[in-house]
Design a protein around this ligand. Structure first.
Ligand code: PHE
Length: 446
């Protein structure tokens, strides 16, 4: 029996929604850059190892818990053990934290789509000037939040699933198109080298290796939307006969292919125009506009590119909002529409403060860390890993491998050959790895 009335209408729709949640800003701006600066192929290899040791077991655990319990993140964890609701609560808190900065960035992306069309603001300095304006970025944040809210009010099948099933395929096709174009530019090979050629100078010594490993683990977490209750919530809308392991592997493969495609689309173009890729947001908001302004037909490609970034951001932001809305709807008598509006308003309020903290009002900070960075740090480095850690313990030790396997194999109807591997990773390897990331990143204060 599931307690949810809502369900995905098709397997394709669910995969698009779950992959849409995973494929986001983490793939389009973070992955290309972080790979390039962390030893190229060395990073990639570690990333793939962590996909297997952390990504697949945690994603599978979250989906299984969700489908088993059929409720929001907190109540699903409680259904497994009444004392474990806190594991899901990390997700809800984390989703709020991630959304408070994600919606600000989503707003910037909308502004950049308009810039591409009007051919204005396509220089490297524009970004700091724009983001330090007080009111304007907040208005774009509002537009992004309003779109996210509107989709979520449509419900699971008619809102989230329908929109993801349209936006994600468009994103994949056009991103592959841009990738092919970018790879054929003169000197594109320099970008490919930056992206993939192993740079062993980065791994000199143990500490160099640890830094790369930590970055790879962090990226696996963020990119697959783990530890946020997203996959528990999406899993709760799955019909009982769905194939959990197959869906998990499909989402992981799609997320990785798109991250690689983003690297091949962005870096060759950057190097072809003689630029160096900037880190973090600088890559898409400062370096790329310069690339587009020098490219033949750059205005058009720029517009398409930022529309794709917007699509990627939206299919992720709806999953974050849904985690909170699903919970609010069961805890209060609010309808989905009102729950989405109220939660969106709260996120918008936090997002506005975050936006001001990196622009007009730097006093909005915790210590000397602007609120925007504080939200990002707390959600990426603290709440997500802790959420993932407790999900592993809940699945591996409290629920237990026999019960989890019963769910994953649809009560023995499907073969679950990787059961041993799942058991070892979810019970020992994943929690141990997360503990290492967590302790190291908190102590290094990164
Ligand atoms: N995975 C998304 C990205 O790559 C971000 C995200 C994190 C979405 C956590 C939902 C939950 O951008």
């Amino acid at each position: 029996m599931t307690n949810n009335k809502e369900q995905w209408s098709s397997r394709f729709g669910f995969i698009m929604a779950a992959a849409g949640s995973a494929i986001g800003l983490g793939n389009l701006w973070k992955f290309p850059y972080i790979t390039g600066t962390n030893g190229g192929a060395v990073f990639l290899l570690l990333y793939i190892v962590f996909l297997v040791l952390l990504g697949i077991p945690i994603l599978l655990s979250e989906l299984s818990i969700g489908r088993f319990a059929g409720m929001n993140a907190i109540d699903s964890c409680k259904k497994i053990d009444s004392k474990w609701g806190f594991a899901g609560a990390f997700g809800i808190a984390g989703a709020f934290g991630v959304m408070s900065s994600y919606c600000v960035v989503g707003g910037w992306v909308i502004r950049y789509i308009i810039n591409s069309v009007t051919d204005a603001g396509m220089s490297a300095d524009y970004f700091s000037e724009f983001s330090s304006r007080g009111l304007e970025p907040i208005l774009w944040t509002l537009v992004f939040m309003a779109i996210t809210c509107f989709i979520v009010t449509g419900g699971v099948a008619k809102g989230i699933e329908r929109v993801s099933s349209i936006l994600l395929p468009i994103l994949i096709v056009f991103l592959l198109g841009i990738m092919i174009y970018s790879l054929t530019l003169p000197n594109a090979i320099e970008g490919v080298k930056f992206f993939l050629v192993p740079d062993f100078s980065e791994i000199e010594g143990f500490s160099g290796f640890m830094r790369i490993a930590l970055n790879a683990m962090g990226q696996v977490f963020f990119s697959l939307s783990l530890g946020m209750g997203t996959l528990i919530t999406y899993g709760s809308y799955l019909p009982k006969e769905s194939r959990l392991l197959q869906s998990t592997v499909t989402v992981v493969v799609m997320d990785t292919v798109i991250a690689l495609a983003a690297g091949f689309a962005i870096l060759p173009a950057v190097f072809s125009f003689g630029l160096e890729p900037g880190g973090g947001f600088g890559l898409i908001f400062q370096t790329l506009p310069v690339v587009f302004s020098r490219m033949n037909g750059g205005t058009f490609i720029s517009a398409i590119f930022f529309v794709l970034v917007l699509f990627a951001a939206l299919t992720s932001s709806i999953s974050l909002l849904e985690v909170i809305v699903a919970w609010v709807c069961t805890k209060t008598k609010l309808t989905r529409t009102w729950a989405a509006i109220i939660v969106s308003a709260l996120i918008f309020a936090a997002g506005s403060l975050a936006s001001l903290s990196v622009g007009a009002v730097p006093q909005l900070s915790v210590g000397d860390v602007p609120l925007f960075n504080f939200f990002t740090f707390m959600s990426d480095k603290v709440i997500m890993p802790l959420g993932g850690f407790f999900i592993c313990l809940l699945t591996g030790w409290i629920w237990g491998i026999p019960n989890a396997s019963e769910e994953i194999s649809n009560s023995g109807k499907l073969k679950f050959r990787a059961r041993k591997l799942f058991s070892v990773t979810v019970r020992y390897i994943a929690p141990a790895l997360i503990a290492v990331i967590f302790v190291t990143s908190v102590f290094s204060g990164e």
